[in-house]
Unconditional design. Structure first.
Length: 304
């Protein structure tokens, strides 16, 4: 069997990471992947750069994938295939490519043998004269509020929950936040069109789902050079509440709001110090409240 040299990044704290590093490396070797270097994913880290490797394997959740991808963007490394072992809680990035991610490690490795890849864009936000990148989504309203709520829950409490229980808790918190939300006035310019109004949620999606596997952009491609714009008007709160109730009973309930596609987007938020998120990070605006977005088309290729 010919071996392919790979670099492995893994998150031991990921929701469903059960193997030790040595066992994981052995299983990968059994399927033809020679791990020439490996590292734990952490906040402050540098990319590994051994010679002659062709693929990067990320074993962890969405946070781990985002961290490695943003480091790759920073170093302008684009020639490596990226393969995912979805060991996190939500695994929205892996779910974008494959609805059935509840596969055994060996089954995932077998799928890689086809060498089938898909292009993957990276989102680019320009704000305050600076550029920022995102992998999943950028937005305002309900979702930044949910991230703050989940961050405030004690880590010890979350550690006692299974990934499924944590997802259910996030959905409940999202539902409760609806009743306090009044919405904000936004003006969104996209390609050659404009929409404005009061919205409970404004999300610019690169992939299909965010947070607790909330599929709000089912038509998103992540490799077509477009971003999907998701808007929930404040006037539709009752419809959103009804949808969320249905979501408790059936996670496959169809999202009832339409999405828009665009390559170039400008969002003006008419609220001081408004909270917004880049993937799983929440920030607050300062003096400027205009945000411009586009993509770096087909920046990566993901194994599927």
């Amino acid at each position: 069997m010919s071996m392919e040299n790979v670099v492995l990044y893994y998150n031991e704290a990921a929701g469903s990471f059960r193997l030790g590093n040595e066992k994981l490396i052995q299983v990968l070797a059994d399927y033809g992947y020679n791990v020439v270097a490996s590292a734990i994913v952490k906040d402050e880290m540098q990319l590994l750069d051994p010679p002659d490797y062709t693929m990067i394997i990320i074993a962890g959740g969405d946070g781990s994938v985002k961290r490695i991808c943003l480091l790759l963007v920073e170093k302008n490394i684009r020639d490596k295939k990226i393969a995912l072992l979805p060991f996190g809680t939500a695994n929205n990035i892996a779910l974008h490519f494959e609805e059935n991610i509840e596969l055994k490690l060996e089954q995932i490795c077998q799928k890689w043998a086809s060498q089938d890849t898909r292009p993957f864009d990276v989102g680019l936000l320009t704000y305050g004269g600076n550029d920022f990148y995102f992998v999943e989504s950028f937005g305002f309203g309900l979702f930044p509020s949910l991230i703050k709520t989940m961050d405030n829950i004690k880590e010890l409490t979350l550690s006692k929950l299974s990934p499924t229980q944590e997802l259910k808790l996030a959905i409940k918190k999202l539902y409760k936040s609806l009743f306090a939300s009044k919405g904000t006035f936004y003006r969104i310019e996209y390609d050659n069109a404009i929409v404005e109004g009061h919205f409970l949620l404004v999300e610019i999606m690169n992939i299909k789902s965010l947070g607790p596997r909330w599929k709000i952009a089912p038509e998103a491609s992540a490799g077509d050079g477009f971003l999907d714009i998701v808007l929930i008007p404040s006037s539709k709160k009752k419809q959103l509440v009804s949808y969320m109730k249905s979501l408790f009973k059936n996670r496959n309930t169809k999202f009832p709001f339409k999405t828009l596609k665009a390559k170039n987007i400008k969002v003006a938020a008419f609220e001081k110090n408004i909270a917004y998120h880049l993937d799983d990070t929440v920030l607050n605006s300062h003096n400027e409240n205009v945000f411009q977005l586009c993509t770096l088309p087909s920046h990566f290729r993901f194994m599927v």
